[in-house]
Design a protein around this ligand. Structure first.
Ligand SMILES: NC(=O)c1ccc[n+]([C@@H]2O[C@H](COP(=O)([O-])OP(=O)(O)OC[C@H]3O[C@@H](n4cnc5c(N)ncnc54)[C@H](O)[C@@H]3O)[C@@H](O)[C@H]2O)c1
Length: 269
């Protein structure tokens, strides 16, 4: 596959989309933006719902690749998740297939495997082939997205890198995040690697920085050429002083998915 140049960024108005709009152009990409919400200062951004198949078909026409971030990013009633994340992702894949787009980078999540116990002591890192254990309907929709990606590779030759993102924010804000944090700069490095690596077929990767307190294995991400440069450790002392160490008796500290397993934040819209 020739290196992609024009990339559709769905969910471009969101937190991660905003970070990537700043960082990805430096890698030489021309971004076409799409979101349900208009984006201030971006009059050319496509304002469309993932339910609008015609709009999606037009949006993907002529792009070399897609970074698919759009959707509900927290827990919500199943019907809402079904429309935005399950049917919406299907609609996007169908549009990409119909228009001959060669590759999608899919924003999966740690919450697809959120009920995986976090490593303690000398436990090995969580491998990429750990069984799916979604912690929410939200996490379940990410499992669906990964399986959809596999189907479109096997059936149609449409490649995907599914990135099980940990937490991509400018700084880690909790003790758990020290283990799953992906700095925005490393996020851009990983998306760039996912867009440009050869023959990815459908590859699932963990998405985080090279954190000292890492919980999961980054081997498949590194196999794409991803070379993370950041580590959450400089934030550790302050966060632990404020919040204390993870409590082994607290269920919200026991699993990869953190408080999503017990008390997930609810999508407000
Ligand atoms: N930020 C993280 O650390 C993190 C961690 C794991 C997974 N992810 C995944 O990465 C993606 C981006 O995350 P984020 O933190 O930027 O979330 P976000 O909620 O800030 O952004 C999501 C964007 O999708 C748009 N959207 C929602 N429903 C839509 C629809 N039906 N049609 C079109 N657009 C729609 C929203 O308007 C929003 O701008 C999400 O898929 C999320 O599940 C993010």
């Amino acid at each position: 596959m020739p290196a992609p140049r024009t990339v559709l960024l769905t969910g471009a108005a969101g937190g991660l989309g905003t970070l990537m709009r700043d960082l990805l152009p430096a890698y030489g990409y021309e971004l076409r933006l799409l979101d349900l919400r208009p984006i201030e200062g971006e009059p050319d951004a496509i304002v469309a719902d993932l339910g609008d198949r015609e709009a999606l078909r037009e949006a993907v026409r002529g792009v070399d690749a897609i970074i698919h971030l759009a959707g509900i990013s927290l827990e919500a009633p199943f019907e809402k998740i079904l429309r935005a994340n399950i049917e919406g992702t299907y609609n996007l894949y169908e549009a990409a297939h119909e228009e001959g787009v060669g590759r999608i980078v899919f924003a999966s999540s740690n919450h697809a495997v959120g009920f995986t116990p976090r490593p303690r002591g000398d436990d090995p890192l969580i491998p990429i082939d750990a069984p799916r254990r979604p912690d929410t309907f939200y996490g379940l929709s990410k499992c669906f997205g990964e399986d959809l990606a596999q189907l479109y590779w096997d059936k149609h030759g449409l490649e995907t890198v599914s990135v099980r993102i940990g937490s991509c924010f400018p700084e880690p804000t909790s003790v758990r995040m020290l283990s799953v944090w992906m700095s925005p700069a490393d996020g851009a490095r990983l998306f760039h690697a996912a867009l440009t690596a050869e023959n990815v077929e459908h590859t699932v990767v963990h998405g985080s920085s090279a954190n000292t307190r890492l919980w999961w294995d980054l081997t498949t991400a590194r196999s794409l050429g991803y070379d993370p440069q950041d580590d959450s450790e400089p934030y550790a002392e302050k966060l632990i002083a404020e919040q204390g160490e993870l409590d082994p008796e607290n269920i919200a500290h026991a699993y990869l998915g953190g408080h999503f397993v017990s008390d997930p934040p609810i999508w407000p819209y």
